[in-house]
Write a protein that binds this ligand. Structure first.
Ligand SMILES: [Ca+2]
Ligand SMILES: [Ca+2]
Ligand SMILES: [Ca+2]
Length: 235
Protein backbone atom coordinates (compact mmCIF):
# COMPACT_ATOMS: atom_id res chain seq x y z
CA UNK A 1 0.00 0.00 0.00
CA UNK A 2 2.90 2.38 0.71
CA UNK A 3 4.16 1.85 -2.84
CA UNK A 4 0.68 2.49 -4.21
CA UNK A 5 0.33 5.68 -2.21
CA UNK A 6 3.66 7.08 -3.41
CA UNK A 7 2.68 6.20 -6.99
CA UNK A 8 -0.63 7.96 -6.42
CA UNK A 9 1.09 11.10 -5.11
CA UNK A 10 3.32 11.21 -8.17
CA UNK A 11 0.46 10.46 -10.54
CA UNK A 12 -1.22 13.82 -10.07
CA UNK A 13 -3.08 14.76 -13.21
CA UNK A 14 -5.69 17.07 -14.62
CA UNK A 15 -9.32 15.97 -15.17
CA UNK A 16 -11.29 18.68 -16.91
CA UNK A 17 -10.58 21.89 -15.05
CA UNK A 18 -10.07 20.30 -11.64
CA UNK A 19 -6.91 18.56 -10.56
CA UNK A 20 -7.04 15.30 -8.65
CA UNK A 21 -4.61 12.72 -7.41
CA UNK A 22 -5.07 9.02 -7.93
CA UNK A 23 -5.45 7.90 -4.31
CA UNK A 24 -6.04 4.21 -4.95
CA UNK A 25 -6.39 1.77 -7.81
CA UNK A 26 -7.00 -1.92 -8.24
CA UNK A 27 -7.33 -4.09 -11.31
CA UNK A 28 -7.64 -7.33 -9.29
CA UNK A 29 -4.45 -8.68 -10.90
CA UNK A 30 -2.98 -10.51 -7.87
CA UNK A 31 -2.67 -14.15 -9.04
CA UNK A 32 -2.68 -15.25 -5.39
CA UNK A 33 -6.34 -14.20 -5.28
CA UNK A 34 -7.35 -16.77 -7.89
CA UNK A 35 -8.98 -20.04 -6.80
CA UNK A 36 -11.92 -22.36 -7.23
CA UNK A 37 -15.60 -21.83 -6.58
CA UNK A 38 -16.31 -19.85 -3.43
CA UNK A 39 -18.39 -21.38 -0.62
CA UNK A 40 -19.78 -19.31 2.23
CA UNK A 41 -19.45 -21.54 5.29
CA UNK A 42 -21.14 -18.94 7.48
CA UNK A 43 -24.85 -18.74 8.30
CA UNK A 44 -26.48 -17.80 4.99
CA UNK A 45 -29.61 -16.63 6.86
CA UNK A 46 -27.63 -13.90 8.61
CA UNK A 47 -26.00 -10.81 7.08
CA UNK A 48 -22.24 -10.96 7.51
CA UNK A 49 -18.84 -9.99 6.13
CA UNK A 50 -17.38 -12.79 4.04
CA UNK A 51 -14.05 -14.45 4.74
CA UNK A 52 -11.53 -15.83 2.27
CA UNK A 53 -11.22 -19.62 2.15
CA UNK A 54 -8.08 -21.59 1.30
CA UNK A 55 -8.04 -22.77 -2.32
CA UNK A 56 -11.12 -20.76 -3.27
CA UNK A 57 -11.27 -17.49 -5.20
CA UNK A 58 -10.57 -14.56 -2.86
CA UNK A 59 -13.60 -12.38 -2.14
CA UNK A 60 -11.50 -9.99 -0.02
CA UNK A 61 -8.18 -8.47 -1.07
CA UNK A 62 -5.89 -5.53 -0.57
CA UNK A 63 -8.31 -2.63 -0.08
CA UNK A 64 -11.58 -4.42 -0.80
CA UNK A 65 -13.94 -6.48 1.37
CA UNK A 66 -17.13 -8.40 0.55
CA UNK A 67 -20.39 -8.44 2.51
CA UNK A 68 -23.37 -10.77 2.17
CA UNK A 69 -26.98 -9.88 2.91
CA UNK A 70 -29.63 -12.58 3.26
CA UNK A 71 -32.90 -12.47 1.35
CA UNK A 72 -33.88 -15.92 2.57
CA UNK A 73 -32.09 -17.87 -0.16
CA UNK A 74 -29.09 -20.20 -0.13
CA UNK A 75 -26.73 -17.30 -0.71
CA UNK A 76 -23.19 -18.31 -1.53
CA UNK A 77 -23.52 -21.47 0.55
CA UNK A 78 -24.13 -23.57 -2.56
CA UNK A 79 -20.76 -22.67 -4.06
CA UNK A 80 -20.64 -19.81 -6.54
CA UNK A 81 -18.31 -18.07 -8.96
CA UNK A 82 -17.69 -14.91 -6.98
CA UNK A 83 -14.52 -13.00 -6.13
CA UNK A 84 -11.32 -12.51 -8.12
CA UNK A 85 -11.29 -14.40 -11.41
CA UNK A 86 -9.45 -14.74 -14.72
CA UNK A 87 -12.27 -16.73 -16.33
CA UNK A 88 -14.86 -15.86 -18.94
CA UNK A 89 -15.38 -15.01 -22.61
CA UNK A 90 -16.05 -11.38 -21.61
CA UNK A 91 -12.34 -10.85 -20.96
CA UNK A 92 -11.35 -8.01 -18.66
CA UNK A 93 -11.27 -4.25 -18.96
CA UNK A 94 -7.66 -4.11 -17.83
CA UNK A 95 -5.22 -7.01 -17.57
CA UNK A 96 -6.18 -10.65 -17.15
CA UNK A 97 -8.30 -10.61 -14.00
CA UNK A 98 -11.33 -8.94 -12.52
CA UNK A 99 -13.95 -9.46 -9.80
CA UNK A 100 -17.22 -11.27 -10.37
CA UNK A 101 -20.54 -11.79 -8.60
CA UNK A 102 -22.84 -14.52 -9.88
CA UNK A 103 -25.69 -16.68 -8.58
CA UNK A 104 -25.67 -14.66 -5.37
CA UNK A 105 -29.08 -15.93 -4.12
CA UNK A 106 -29.09 -12.91 -1.83
CA UNK A 107 -27.21 -9.61 -1.75
CA UNK A 108 -23.47 -9.24 -2.24
CA UNK A 109 -21.62 -5.99 -1.73
CA UNK A 110 -18.00 -5.17 -2.44
CA UNK A 111 -16.65 -2.31 -0.32
CA UNK A 112 -13.54 -0.31 -1.14
CA UNK A 113 -11.78 0.84 2.01
CA UNK A 114 -11.24 4.34 3.22
CA UNK A 115 -10.74 7.75 1.62
CA UNK A 116 -13.80 9.08 3.43
CA UNK A 117 -13.68 12.85 3.11
CA UNK A 118 -10.72 12.95 0.73
CA UNK A 119 -12.19 11.40 -2.44
CA UNK A 120 -13.65 13.63 -5.14
CA UNK A 121 -14.11 11.21 -8.02
CA UNK A 122 -14.30 7.47 -8.59
CA UNK A 123 -14.20 5.37 -11.73
CA UNK A 124 -14.95 1.72 -12.34
CA UNK A 125 -15.38 -0.65 -15.28
CA UNK A 126 -18.34 -3.06 -15.22
CA UNK A 127 -19.61 -5.87 -17.42
CA UNK A 128 -23.11 -7.34 -17.13
CA UNK A 129 -23.25 -10.88 -18.56
CA UNK A 130 -25.67 -11.16 -21.49
CA UNK A 131 -28.64 -13.23 -20.32
CA UNK A 132 -32.22 -12.75 -19.16
CA UNK A 133 -32.73 -10.90 -15.87
CA UNK A 134 -35.85 -10.74 -13.73
CA UNK A 135 -37.31 -8.19 -11.31
CA UNK A 136 -35.39 -9.66 -8.36
CA UNK A 137 -32.03 -9.03 -10.06
CA UNK A 138 -30.17 -5.75 -9.75
CA UNK A 139 -26.74 -4.17 -9.81
CA UNK A 140 -25.80 -0.79 -8.38
CA UNK A 141 -22.87 1.40 -7.38
CA UNK A 142 -22.95 3.53 -4.22
CA UNK A 143 -21.12 6.16 -2.25
CA UNK A 144 -21.72 6.42 1.47
CA UNK A 145 -24.67 5.15 3.42
CA UNK A 146 -27.48 7.30 1.96
CA UNK A 147 -29.50 4.97 -0.29
CA UNK A 148 -30.86 7.87 -2.39
CA UNK A 149 -28.14 10.52 -2.70
CA UNK A 150 -25.46 7.88 -2.42
CA UNK A 151 -26.61 5.81 -5.38
CA UNK A 152 -24.27 6.59 -8.27
CA UNK A 153 -25.57 4.05 -10.76
CA UNK A 154 -28.33 1.46 -10.80
CA UNK A 155 -29.58 -1.28 -13.13
CA UNK A 156 -32.46 -3.64 -12.50
CA UNK A 157 -34.23 -6.52 -14.17
CA UNK A 158 -37.75 -5.09 -14.18
CA UNK A 159 -39.53 -5.86 -17.42
CA UNK A 160 -36.88 -8.43 -18.18
CA UNK A 161 -36.85 -12.13 -19.00
CA UNK A 162 -35.00 -11.32 -22.21
CA UNK A 163 -37.45 -8.55 -23.10
CA UNK A 164 -35.32 -5.49 -22.53
CA UNK A 165 -34.85 -4.73 -18.85
CA UNK A 166 -32.17 -2.12 -18.12
CA UNK A 167 -29.85 -4.91 -16.99
CA UNK A 168 -30.35 -6.68 -20.30
CA UNK A 169 -29.85 -3.50 -22.33
CA UNK A 170 -26.60 -2.76 -20.48
CA UNK A 171 -25.28 -6.29 -20.89
CA UNK A 172 -22.64 -7.75 -23.17
CA UNK A 173 -20.05 -4.97 -23.16
CA UNK A 174 -17.50 -3.46 -20.80
CA UNK A 175 -18.60 -0.02 -19.63
CA UNK A 176 -16.24 2.52 -18.04
CA UNK A 177 -18.07 4.74 -15.55
CA UNK A 178 -16.89 7.88 -13.75
CA UNK A 179 -18.67 9.58 -10.86
CA UNK A 180 -18.18 12.91 -9.12
CA UNK A 181 -18.47 12.23 -5.38
CA UNK A 182 -17.13 15.59 -4.21
CA UNK A 183 -20.58 16.82 -3.08
CA UNK A 184 -21.72 13.55 -1.47
CA UNK A 185 -19.94 13.95 1.84
CA UNK A 186 -18.18 11.28 3.83
CA UNK A 187 -18.45 7.77 2.52
CA UNK A 188 -16.71 5.11 0.53
CA UNK A 189 -17.29 3.31 -2.74
CA UNK A 190 -19.27 0.10 -2.77
CA UNK A 191 -20.83 -2.07 -5.43
CA UNK A 192 -23.98 -4.12 -4.82
CA UNK A 193 -25.54 -7.00 -6.69
CA UNK A 194 -28.47 -9.40 -6.48
CA UNK A 195 -28.97 -12.39 -8.77
CA UNK A 196 -30.21 -15.93 -8.54
CA UNK A 197 -28.79 -17.81 -11.51
CA UNK A 198 -25.32 -18.94 -12.56
CA UNK A 199 -25.65 -17.18 -15.91
CA UNK A 200 -26.42 -13.86 -14.21
CA UNK A 201 -22.94 -12.49 -13.62
CA UNK A 202 -21.64 -9.00 -12.82
CA UNK A 203 -17.95 -8.24 -13.44
CA UNK A 204 -15.92 -5.34 -12.02
CA UNK A 205 -12.45 -4.13 -13.00
CA UNK A 206 -10.16 -1.08 -12.94
CA UNK A 207 -11.43 0.67 -9.80
CA UNK A 208 -9.91 4.13 -9.20
CA UNK A 209 -10.43 6.59 -6.36
CA UNK A 210 -9.31 10.18 -6.95
CA UNK A 211 -9.04 13.10 -4.60
CA UNK A 212 -6.72 15.47 -2.88
CA UNK A 213 -3.96 13.33 -1.52
CA UNK A 214 -3.65 13.41 2.24
CA UNK A 215 -0.10 12.24 2.91
CA UNK A 216 0.21 9.24 5.21
CA UNK A 217 2.43 9.77 8.28
CA UNK A 218 5.36 8.12 6.50
CA UNK A 219 4.93 10.23 3.38
CA UNK A 220 4.52 13.33 5.57
CA UNK A 221 7.85 12.58 7.24
CA UNK A 222 9.46 12.24 3.80
CA UNK A 223 7.95 15.56 2.70
CA UNK A 224 9.26 17.09 5.92
CA UNK A 225 12.75 15.80 5.18
CA UNK A 226 12.50 17.14 1.63
CA UNK A 227 11.52 20.51 3.07
CA UNK A 228 14.51 20.51 5.41
CA UNK A 229 16.77 19.47 2.54
CA UNK A 230 15.50 22.26 0.27
CA UNK A 231 15.85 24.83 3.06
CA UNK A 232 19.42 23.65 3.62
CA UNK A 233 20.14 23.98 -0.09
CA UNK A 234 18.91 27.53 -0.11
CA UNK A 235 21.43 28.63 2.55
CA1 LIG B 1 -8.04 -6.37 -14.19
CA1 LIG C 1 -25.66 -19.13 -4.84
CA1 LIG D 1 -32.67 -13.87 -11.98
Amino acid sequence: MKTLLVTGLLASFITGSASADLLWYTSFEDVNDLGGKYYDYGDVNTDHWLTNNEGEAAVNGDGFSAWYGSTGGVGLGDGDYVGVTNYGSQGFYDGDQGYQMSDIDGIMELHFDGYEGSATMVSIAIYIAATGYEAADNFSIHWGADPVNGTLYSLDGNGGDGNGSVLEEASGTWMFLEFDVSELGAGHLHVRGESNSGSEAYFIDAVSIYGDAVPAPGALALLGLAGIASRRRRK
